[in-house]
Design a protein around this ligand. Structure first.
Ligand code: FES
Length: 85
């Protein structure tokens, strides 16, 4: 079981949230949508619109960038991850 920890944010996730999931080959964007979190995805995961950006606080160590399109990060890249929407 993997975990996504979403830090509290007054705009989109007021109290923060911990999501546990079992599915494979699923993007963070889809996981967030399935858990009723507001994240825009105008291009439906084709990496065109850049509306689904999230900040990765911890969990992916081999990349220096902090902001990613959540539709392009799949579960096999991390085990547990801490993000800000
Ligand atoms: S949904 Fe458009 S870039 Fe991710």
């Amino acid at each position: 079981m993997k975990k996504i920890i979403i830090l509290a944010n007054k705009n989109s996730c007021y109290n923060g949230k911990i999501i546990r999931y079992f599915k494979k080959n699923i993007s963070i964007c889809k996981i967030l949508i399935e858990n009723n979190l507001e994240i825009k995805n105008n291009c439906n995961g084709f990496n065109i619109c850049n509306y689904c950006k999230i900040k990765i606080n911890e969990g992916i160590f081999f990349i220096r960038k902090k902001y990613f399109n959540s539709c392009q990060i799949f579960d096999f890249v991390f085990n547990n991850i801490i993000i800000t929407i």
